[in-house]
Write a protein that binds this ligand. Structure first.
Ligand SMILES: [Zn+2]
Length: 342
């Protein structure tokens, strides 16, 4: 499992180079061929017994974060979001800026000060990052306009089974697909495993994958929003994705109506192997499947996810047991999915 290392690495859409470098170094000796396409997608091929049959698996490397768009006279950094972030989670949060990982904190006044009397919700345009510089000249020695920033959260364990980090959406998917390529199973088909770019800003990297890879079907592996939050004491969370409920199978989201044959193959494989599973709340979010299933003459696509609380914020919280169950279900269902659409 590479989730700790991947979660601690930094990279927003368009700046995935560190994640790509890490994955490439680890997998180079484990796959038949590895290449980076012109957009930055890292594509790993692993030959099977029948190489005319190809299956595409994908997870995105980018995380939500910020692009520095201004250095103010007083040394504070202005920024715009990269990906979907609720500005209410930002005040007083620690961030890392640029390739040098300059530590910073998003400015927010304590309750004692009159600056705090404005009760309106924070806006991106009025928030700034404080890197401790006292002038624009000092700030410019460390940071350039156009550099990215991400939340500063180190991976750790709350307990043996509960893990905390950042960007489990979708470094959990990246780690699972690295595990799959490191596994020695020889499939009857060729695996094309893609670590994609620019998902969080509109599924952009995935737009070229169907054309290039021409797979029989695709499986997108994600970290998705767990919705098991404390609500009414008698609230039934059993129908929402929750930690400990196993891999999350998407029925529909805002980008895809998942191929029913592939859903059935996932569900039947889970049942047969006594792997827990759950369904995603319909019609929220979108994934690379949204682009891939509409490419070429149409590519049947499915989405399987590890549930994580608080995604698109400084912290992701997941269960290792869900991660392991997701891995089992991916591995055991690939053959059944191929059969289901043949
Ligand atoms: Zn994602």
């Amino acid at each position: 499992m590479h989730l700790k290392q991947l979660s601690d690495l930094t990279g927003v859409a368009g700046y995935e180079h560190r994640i790509r470098k890490y994955i490439k170094e680890k997998l180079e000796s484990k796959v038949t061929k590895i290449e980076t396409d012109p957009l930055g997608n890292l594509i790993c091929y692993k030959k099977g017994k029948k190489n005319n049959l190809r299956v595409l698996l994908a997870a995105h490397m980018d995380e939500v974060g910020f692009i520095i768009n201004k250095i103010n006279k007083n040394g504070f950094l202005g920024f715009t979001p990269s990906g979907g972030i609720d500005p209410r989670v930002l005040p007083a949060k620690r961030v890392l800026v640029g390739n040098k990982e300059i530590p910073g904190v998003i400015h927010w006044a304590p309750p004692h000060l009159k600056e705090n009397s404005d009760q309106s919700l924070p806006k991106f345009s009025s928030l700034v990052i404080d890197i401790g510089a006292s002038s624009d000249k000092q700030a410019k020695q460390k940071v350039k306009v156009g550099e990215f920033a991400v939340f500063d959260t180190k991976f750790s364990h709350f307990s043996k089974n509960i893990i905390k980090g950042k960007a489990f959406d979708d470094r959990a998917g990246c780690s699972l697909l690295m595990d799959l390529l490191e596994d020695k199973t020889n499939y009857s088909f060729e695996l094309a495993v893609v670590f994609s770019v620019q998902e969080e800003v509109g599924l952009r990297g995935a737009a070229v994958l169907g054309e290039k890879i021409d797979p029989k079907f695709s499986l997108i592996v994600e970290g998705t929003a767990a919705a098991d939050f404390p609500g009414e004491p008698d609230q039934d969370i059993s129908t929402s994705p929750h930690l400990g409920g196993g891999p999350v199978i998407t029925l529909t989201d805002r980008s895809t109506i998942v191929d029913r044959r592939l859903i059935n193959a996932l569900v039947e494989t889970a049942k047969k192997n006594k792997i827990k599973y759950q369904f995603k709340q319909p019609n929220i979010g979108g994934t690379d499947a949204g682009r891939i299933h509409k490419s070429r003459a149409g590519i049947p696509s499915a989405i399987l996810s590890v549930p994580a609380r608080y995604i698109h914020s400084p912290v992701s919280l997941s269960y290792l047991s869900d991660y392991k169950d997701t891995y089992k279900l991916i591995k055991l269902s690939l053959v059944n999915m191929l059969k289901a659409i043949s």
